[in-house]
Design a protein around this ligand. Structure first.
Ligand code: NAP
Length: 484
């Protein structure tokens, strides 16, 4: 693979929350990797902003430590680390106070892209937007990047949209969902819309069902109080899984352009049927060790918040009528494994007879680990013994297919931040998309909260509650294995 790094325009990027966990683990290492690969223009500046009273040198020291911790040795050199640290500056600022804002306004250079990354608690987004406006930083060409969660229900998402739109045009607002920055997720669009092979089969006539799995091995350890107010539905389904569903199910957009793509995604969300409570299975993990079960890691020992959810969805349009979409996500599962699986229908007639069993084509798009795709095809098992059929994958692990340079493929955060600088909103959620997702999600959450439904228990390290298997078994289907 030939590496084609296209430099971006000169920019000043301000990271509000520049000393926080997300900045240290993802944003700054991501920016460093882009610097290391030569994509950042020489004059570009990154300005950390937080309340901590440190100076530029102090910030450089903190970022150097973060790079050491979160960028593998082989992906950095003393020279590029030094150069990157030179691009950093810092301003002590309080989102809710007046100190520091004049200084920040004075630091911004004219005639370069201005981007403001809101990597702080969502309760501060409004205050930041207002202060940027008051201090003349919110020009028509600047951009703001907003982290998740974007609201906790429709009402709060609408309020947040209103606040941001008071000071910024929708074209300036970049709502980040890092799943959209993943290479395979974008590849899903490339596979669907640039190969004649798949699109003719991509409908209810040929597809039996779709499974979307995002399995995590981590629990809520240390974040229990926060997580318990959210749960798997708000934390994962409303945003990440919904985005994966949209990209899988949407109609071909007329162009690969932000609004054309987002219009089609929005239509999918709006075509989702309300979900029958019987088609939702929620779970909470248990663990034999003291203090490791979900209910021991959150403040409320009677909490009915789910750490796992599986559900069956229906999209009411011509393409997908009668095709179930099964979604599941959870914490403390058997393996960290995320994939979209398109399970095709059986061949209409088997010339090989019943004894050969059931064989189906499956296209899997793996998000992690080993980003790549597999297309399972049915072939004759080699060797004597007559016609025995077996399903084998045509494996397209990107790292194998594209050579060692694939290691240089930017991670989701790097790619998305560079898209902000380029002014490309295709991989960011539009305000109406987020609101539509909450419109669909809210009644489901209200339903189980109002009924007081208790989640089923599942053992840590398992594949989730057994009841989730029944969602598919009752229809003669089965979940794909969650593999390490
Ligand atoms: P964090 O570790 O708590 O960091 C918060 C940052 O905000 C710190 O730099 C803090 O520094 C700064 N801050 C707090 N109050 C401030 C104020 N009044 N004015 C200016 N700066 C202030 O949080 P985080 O985990 O980085 O998360 C940041 C955002 O990203 C949140 O919206 C979170 O939901 C989202 N997010 C995080 C992750 C993740 O993996 N961490 C993943 C997805 C989304 P001072 O205290 O010095 O001001």
């Amino acid at each position: 693979m030939v590496s084609r790094v296209i430099p971006v325009e000169d920019f000043d990027l301000v990271i509000f929350g520049g000393t926080g966990d997300l900045a240290r683990r993802k944003i700054l290492p991501g920016l460093f990797r882009r610097y290391h690969s030569g994509q950042m223009p020489p004059g570009a500046r990154i300005i950390g902003a937080a309340r901590a009273a440190i100076d530029r040198k102090g910030y450089q020291k903190e970022v150097a430590a973060a790079l050491e911790e979160f960028v593998p040795k082989g992906a950095r050199s003393a020279e590029t680390v030094k150069g990157f640290l030179e691009s950093l500056d810092y301003v002590t600022i309080d989102a809710t106070g007046d100190g520091g804002w004049k200084k920040l306004a004075g630091m911004l250079r004219a005639n370069v892209v201005h981007a403001f990354y809101f990597s702080v608690a969502p309760s501060l987004f409004g205050a930041l937007a207002e202060r940027l406006h008051e201090h003349g930083c919110a020009g028509p060409s600047c951009r703001i990047v907003v982290e998740k969660p974007f609201g906790r229900d429709l009402e709060s998402a609408q309020a947040l949209n209103r606040t941001l739109r008071d000071h910024f045009d929708e074209s300036q607002i970049y709502r980040i969902d890092h799943y959209l920055g993943k290479e395979t997720v974008q590849n899903l669009m490339a596979v669907r819309f640039s190969n004649v092979l798949f699109e003719p089969l991509w409908n209810a006539q040929y597809i039996d069902h779709v499974q979307i799995t995002v399995a995590e091995t981590v629990g809520v350890d240390g974040r229990g109080a926060y997580y318990d107010k959210s749960g798997a539905m708000r934390d994962m389904v409303q945003n990440h899984l919904m985005q994966l569903l949209c990209l899988t199910a949407m109609e071909p957009p007329s162009r690969f352009d932000p609004d054309a793509v987002r219009d089609e995604k929005l239509k999918v969300i709006r075509a989702l049927e309300p979900v029958d409570p019987e088609d939702i299975v929620r779970g909470q993990y248990t663990h034999p060790d003291k203090g490791m079960s979900y209910l021991e890691q959150v403040d409320d020992p009677d909490s009915i918040t789910e750490s796992y959810i599986a559900m069956k969805l229906a999209i009411s349009n011509w393409r997908w009528a009668g095709v179930p979409f099964y979604l599941r996500t959870g914490k403390r599962l058997k393996a960290r494994y995320s994939e979209i699986a398109i399970v095709f229908k059986d061949a209409p007639h088997s010339i090989f007879g019943q004894a050969q069993g059931r064989h189906r084509n499956v296209l899997t798009i793996r998000l992690q680990p080993n980003e790549g795709m597999d297309l399972f095809v049915t072939i004759k098992e080699p060797g004597p013994g007559g016609m025995r059929l077996v399903d084998v994958p045509l494996d397209m692990t990107f790292a194998d297919a594209l050579g060692p340079e694939v290691e240089d493929v930017p991670d989701a955060y790097e790619r998305l931040i560079m898209d902000v600088i380029r002014g490309n909103q295709t991989l960011f959620m539009r305000g109406d998309e987020v609101e539509a997702a909450w419109t669909w999600t809210d009644p489901l959450i209200k339903g189980w909260t109002g009924r007081g439904d208790r989640p089923y228990l599942y053992e840590s390290g398992s594949t989730g509650p057994e009841e989730a298997a029944m969602l598919l078994h009752s229809e003669g289907r089965r979940w794909r294995e969650i593999r390490p």
